[in-house]
Design a protein around this ligand. Sequence first.
Ligand code: CA
Ligand code: CA
Length: 150
Amino acid sequence: MEELNVWLNSDASEKYRHLLSVECPPPYFRVMSECFYVHTNHHLSWTQARTFCQGMAGDLAQPRHLNALLAVVAEKYKSGPSHLWLGASDLETEGTFRWLSGDLVTSGWRENQPDDAEGDEDCLEMWTAKFPSLSDKQCHLNSAFICQCM
Ligand SMILES: [Ca+2]
Ligand SMILES: [Ca+2]
């Protein structure tokens, strides 16, 4: 505790201070400066999952620090689920994946993804086999999902 206080009072901690001050209302947990909830006990389509998240003061996850969320899911959910919806799609412009915030999805793709398989994959999922990464998937398929407190 002593050490933590020394660290908190040092100049070096200045840029991380905001990360430590974020508190997440249960059942959300904190990753960096944002709050997430991984829903595994029943599976929903992308649109249904989005509605579910909105019902808990959030939306599907659109992490600012994607790699941090991928790392947490890799660690905490080693034994599944293997597919989780995230808050991005190319429903507006085919081939251009945007987070619900409007920002482009720029990194984190699994090799050879997005592939719009069978011309019908428009929603973004985290695919956890081996190590979590991003893939496009048919929006109507039922899947676990990750909400973010907004
Ligand atoms: Ca597509
Ligand atoms: Ca795909």
